[in-house]
Design a binder for this molecule. Structure first.
Ligand SMILES: CC(C)(COP(=O)(O)OP(=O)(O)OC[C@H]1O[C@@H](n2cnc3c(N)ncnc32)[C@H](O)[C@@H]1OP(=O)(O)O)[C@@H](O)C(=O)NCCC(=O)NCCS
Length: 231
């Protein structure tokens, strides 16, 4: 038993240093995006404790948070943190993770601290997750969201995802995209107000409670139509 536990210690893949990135945001502030280490668990925990109830609900689709953020092997499970330093103290301001649910598909989630939204962190996290998932051999990225989670739906459409009916839960929508993003010309709209108006006009059921009953069958013209196998 002890020998087996020791062998498992060596199952983790090398820390993917190529995913470490120092980024200057639109507001001029600099952040670091890096793969999470097992010892980041307390920092990630503090991040989730600082999120509002509504943000937590959106992040975990109404379910209780799953405290497995640091259980990573950098291939089948990867966590990312975006951090800043306050003095000598590193603070997590955003977190994202994926899990390979089969050899083709990485299922991901993310959250950005309320004070750091709308300056491109979510987009950078999706890009980094996609690069990592590609390296792990995945061909598809998928995520789930509550139908009323406008920010996530908007971010996903902006990043070239297709919004569709969830195969197992009519209270959720499923978002999917090939790991390699479609071309910029395939994206829906580029500015927030205009984008939101277009989204509301094009996808009114995204914004209504009745949507939970009817489900969504929305195919973004720009994204691939054939989904991952079994979906
Ligand atoms: C969804 C979320 C991750 C977006 O993060 P973010 O860092 O604010 O996203 P970005 O700054 O990269 O936004 C990129 C684009 O997405 C769209 N977008 C993002 N938030 C939006 C909002 N609230 N309303 C309308 N459009 C929005 C915009 O087009 C935006 O570009 P713009 O600001 O130039 O207009 C963030 O709102 C969040 O953490 N929500 C709570 C957790 C959650 O819902 N997770 C998803 C389920 S796992």
């Amino acid at each position: 038993m002890q020998a087996r536990a020791m062998r498992q210690t060596y199952n983790i893949h090398a820390y993917p240093t190529h995913l470490i990135n120092s980024i200057e945001l639109a507001n001029g502030k600099r952040i670091t995006i890096r793969p999470a280490l097992p010892q980041d668990a307390p920092l990630e925990q503090q991040f989730f404790e600082r999120l509002s109830h509504d943000s937590l609900k959106d992040r975990f689709n109404g379910c209780a948070p799953v405290a497995q953020y640091s259980k990573v092997d950098y291939v089948t499970r990867l966590g990312l943190v975006a951090t800043v330093f306050e003095g000598d103290v590193e603070i997590v301001i955003a977190q994202a993770s994926y899990r390979l649910i089969d050899e083709d598909t990485a299922d991901f989630g993310l959250a950005v601290s309320e004070a750091w939204r709308r300056i491109g962190i979510g987009t950078r996290l999706v890009d980094t997750l996609a690069a990592a998932a590609k390296g792990a051999g995945a061909r598809w990225l998928i995520a789930e969201a509550l139908p009323g989670n406008i920010a996530m739906l908007a971010l996903m459409l902006r990043c070239g995802f297709t919004v569709g009916e969830h195969p197992a839960d009519r209270g959720l929508v499923q978002l999917q995209r090939r790991v390699v993003a479609p071309g910029v010309e395939g994206r829906v709209v580029h500015r927030s107000g205009e984008f939101l108006a277009a989204l509301r006009a094009a996808l009114p059921q995204c914004f209504e409670a009745s949507d939970v009953k009817t489900g969504l069958r929305l195919a973004q013209a720009s994204s691939g139509t054939a989904g991952p196998s079994g979906r």
